[in-house]
Design a protein around this ligand. Structure first.
Ligand code: PGA
Length: 252
């Protein structure tokens, strides 16, 4: 397995000016060499982040969403080639907040993932069960169904390999992170589906964890077998704290 990956998901925070300031502050942070780091600003701030990065390639740029058509009459949407123009490397699809508030489904997430790979951007398919699904013993069933439906037609490898982020909905922004034991169980189930779908190529897919990850618990997750990285919301909003989180993620 290649390097681990940490993605900062700013959600609906930081317009172009504040986003540029975040990048300038973050560039002062020392980062472990053996770690991939990416930041996912809102659409409107992507260009400013790109400009603030200058020639620096770290952090890599990620998008929080995309539309699956390449061009056309889709008022308000942003296409994969537009993201590609800005050198975006990763794009979230199917985040639970998009599923909950904006009608994202397994099928729309899948279409987005395929469209992203067509222009060389790695899709990060987000999956995860609700608190009710976990309480009723349906967590594994729910996540398995989301993964199976979301990866149909999506490539595991190549220039833009698939990524999966397991994010239990009840753990997002709640301060109640999932236990490494439960994550391991889920990641093993996800790996099983990937192996069945992709054979040996399944090992090219990085499977991340997200949900109340912070600088204090990151190491426990990153050293749990089967976890290839993290998707970090709240704890990525402060550049210095996010720098500490990245440093704390690796035993040096
Ligand atoms: P959180 O968000 O770190 O605030 O829980 C994670 C996410 O939604 O990607």
């Amino acid at each position: 397995m290649e390097k681990k990956l940490i993605i900062a998901n700013w959600k609906m925070h930081y317009g172009p000016i504040k986003a540029g300031a975040w990048i300038r502050a973050f560039r002062r942070e020392r980062l472990p060499k053996d770690l991939d780091v990416a930041v996912a600003p809102p659409f409107i701030s992507l260009a400013s982040v790109r400009a603030s990065l200058g020639r620096a390639s770290i952090p890599a740029l990620a998008s929080q969403d995309v539309y699956w058509e390449m061009e056309g009459k889709f008022t308000g949407e942003v296409s994969p080639p537009m993201l590609e123009e800005l050198g975006i490397q990763y794009c979230l699809v199917g985040h639970s907040e998009r599923r909950k508030h904006f009608g994202e489904t397994n099928e729309t997430a899948r279409k987005k993932a395929i469209a992203l790979q067509a222009v060389g951007i790695s899709p990060v398919l987000c999956v995860g069960e609700t608190v009710v699904e976990r309480r009723d013993g349906n967590a594994l069933k729910t996540v398995r169904a989301q993964v199976r439906a979301g990866i149909k037609g999506v490539k595991p490898d190549g220039k833009a390999p698939l990524h999966i982020a397991y994010e239990p909905v009840w753990a997002i922004g709640s301060g109640r992170a999932c236990s490494p034991h439960d994550i391991r169980e889920m990641h093993e189930a996800i790996r099983g589906i990937l192996r069945k779908a992709y054979g040996a190529k399944a090992s090219d897919v990085r499977v991340l964890y997200g949900g109340s990850v912070d600088e204090h618990n990151i190491l426990e997750y990153m050293t749990t077998s089967g976890i290839d990285g993290a998707l970090v919301g709240t704890a990525s909003l402060d550049p210095a704290a996010f720098g500490r989180l990245c440093r704390a993620s690796i035993v040096t």
